[in-house]
Design a protein around this ligand. Structure first.
Ligand code: R5P
Length: 314
């Protein structure tokens, strides 16, 4: 390895960070977080990071804003302790859906996050499946975006995929779903889903492609409140799909998500561990959780050794 590789974890990402460190046969580097009664936080790094190649793992999970501040303060602390390079590892990028000005006078918070991460002192970002490709361009520092598709597809190939159609739940996700269709050599159907403003209950108006009598495999980047998935599944059933599976990378699972997903009666819901699901996973029926830890560990190793990460997008 080129430089001493150290992995720190913020609280929300601890479970995944431990797995990543385990793959790399390392312990997490030591630090302490002090929270004062005025809600200020202080991070103290408990080992030498001078000239080290530091990776700080954090994800977007509640309490979201505390988690963002914790990461920024941690980046600042290692930078001022003379780390040679700091990479913010964000399996699920915060504010990923706030990525464009599609209404007048609104914030583009995914860009603000990029500015804050760089301003705190990060030299690079490593993330996974951003909601939209333009977010990568928000960064003035190098940003590598991993794709969970190889992990999902390795798992899906073990199933009987005869008579299966890949479903993009809306036009915006057609490219992502299309890449699964290509990898799995399956046809693609695209739903015309519309959402009015911030509405959590979108409506499916039409389908491009054939789902009748087929097994539908819905591909999405995230499940947040479950509204999209619920509407997608009922539209697919109305359109005559026999069975419905869903593969969604980031399990945000907030609001009424658990009830909505269970009500949807999927054959199987496949998610990853980019967001900690804690006790929620025990309440979801037919759930499979795939780990992204191996992929992140390989990416971290490659970045540390100055090797290409594009070979990881098989
Ligand atoms: C939408 O553009 C995304 O790809 C997801 O479908 C959406 O973020 C899921 O949100 P929710 O579960 O709240 O409907």
């Amino acid at each position: 390895m080129r430089d001493r590789l150290l992995i720190f974890s913020c609280r929300a990402a601890k479970e995944l960070a431990l797995k990543i460190a385990g793959v790399l046969r390392k312990d997490l580097a030591e630090h302490e977080l002090i929270q004062f009664s005025n809600e200020n936080m202080k991070v103290r790094i408990l080992e030498n990071v001078r000239e080290a190649d530091v990776f700080i793992v954090q994800t977007s999970a509640p309490p979201l804003h505390d988690g963002i501040m914790e990461m920024l303060i941690m980046i600042d602390a290692v930078k001022h302790a003379s780390a040679r390079r700091v990479t913010a590892v964000l399996p699920y990028y915060p504010y990923t859906r706030s990525d464009k000005k599609d209404e007048p006078r609104i914030s583009i918070t995914a860009r603000l996050m990029a500015d804050l991460i760089a301003a705190a002192g990060a030299d690079r970002v490593l993330t996974m499946n951003l909601h939209s490709p333009q977010i990568q361009g928000f960064f003035k520092i190098p940003a590598d975006q991993l794709d969970a598709a190889p992990i999902m597809c390795d798992y899906l190939r073990r199933k009987d995929l005869a008579n299966t159609v890949i479903v993009a739940p809306d036009a915006g996700s057609a490219k992502r779903a299309g890449s699964y269709a290509t990898r799995l050599d399956l046809p693609l159907a695209i739903l015309d889903k519309r959402r009015s403003a911030d509405d959590e209950s979108p409506e499916v108006l039409a389908v491009i492609g054939d789902v009748e009598g087929k097994t539908a495999l819905v591909i999405d980047d995230e499940i947040s409140t479950g509204g999209s998935l619920q509407e997608t599944v009922s539209a697919l059933r109305r359109l005559g799909a026999e069975k419905v599976y869903a593969a969604c990378v980031h399990p945000v699972l907030c609001g009424k998500a658990i009830d909505r997903i269970n009500d949807a009666t999927l054959e199987e819901l496949i998610i990853t561990d980019t967001v900690p699901t804690g006790d929620k996973r025990n309440h979801l029926r037919n759930l499979t959780v795939l780990s992204v830890s191996q992929l992140f560990a390989e990416a971290i190793r490659s970045i540390n050794q100055g090797e290409s990460v594009s070979s990881l997008f098989r």
